[in-house]
Design a protein around this ligand. Sequence first.
Ligand SMILES: *Cc1c(COP(=O)(O)O)cnc(C)c1O
Length: 403
Amino acid sequence: MPPTSAKSSASEHPLAATLRAEVRSFKPYVAGRSIEEIKAAHGLSTVVKLASNENPLGTSPLVQKTLKDHAGFAFRYPRTGNPRLREAIAAYTGAAPEMLCVGNGSDELIDLLIRVRCRPQAKDGSGDVVLAFKPSFSMYRLQAKLCGCRFEQVELNPDFSQPLDKLAERARELRPALVFLTTPDNPSGYAPPLAELRAFVRSLPETTLLVLDEAYMDFAVPPCGPGLGEYSLLPELVADPETYANVVVLRTFSKLHGLAGLRLGYSVSHPWLADYLWRVRPPFSVNLLAEEAGIAALGDETFRLATLETVAEGRAQLTAGLEALCCTVKPSLANFLLFHLPQGARQTGTEIFELLLTKGVIVRPLASYGLPEALRVSIGTRRENETFLKAMAMLLKEDGRGA
Ligand SMILES: *Cc1c(COP(=O)(O)O)cnc(C)c1O
């Protein structure tokens, strides 16, 4: 069992009262349930985890070999500035190396961007605002709060598409230091068309920095190939950084490249910003093995194409399977699907999540996104998807309303 968390403030050490007020409002991070934990709790021998949008094919064999080959260098500090990795990402994205910063997951870059750009709220009411859609990735709020900033949100449309016009309007009112936009979005898988995105960038205040979190952009092209330009602003930013001097794109190695556990992400921006990110980034935050693994992953096109194929096929398989069970599935350009239970189902998404655990399937409940009636499932291998669909079929039959 994990340690029990969340001690009430009554039993807190008196010195806790000396911490910053922003910090005192933080709740312990509730991580997804682990495979080992669910096995033990329900006496299961196999558990399928489709909760964190990890790579369905695991770690690339080439990356595994690289990690073994470099294990003996773990005693060394990595080179500051991660020059080889930076060159490899430059070759992969077409961006000049000066436009890149790499971080300990894109999470670190989210944190750094807020801290370099945002002034904390002060007693006189001054201080910066961070703006995003609601719901959105929890990290934006957490890091904005830790920095002492006001975090403001604009509701998504009921169908989970993004009202960029409303977001722009709010941005012109609030003049936020940062706007976070996830595309494709998490948890819906929606991505705005590029023309809309271009208009949105033009309508923002010049001093607002737009962060395009493209953690899932790799999956936005069926089934694997060029044409990223349809949804991603990255090619235009790379070609014309001056026009997009207030835009930064975040990418990660955690999803397509299968390196979630090693923590590696990067930003692409005009060099003025990349330069400052490097100045504030802790010099060794990207560790030596992550750096080697990242270089190896970029060189493993076979693994990437196999992943994209698995995700494209699995997305179709899961969509068809869930729809056959009368669930409503949102069209997704990412490696996960958001779905609602059949009309009239007696159980909530959160309850189905708990019941799926007893059958050895871990998905993502969305109550923390304000969507207790919905669930998110990551796309797995064909076998994993089948296991999930079978468990869903059984539960909905027991519920008496599903197919
Ligand atoms: C998974 C994910 C990331 C990636 O985070 P890392 O720190 O690179 O693992 C970033 N943004 C969103 C919206 C995500 O879902």
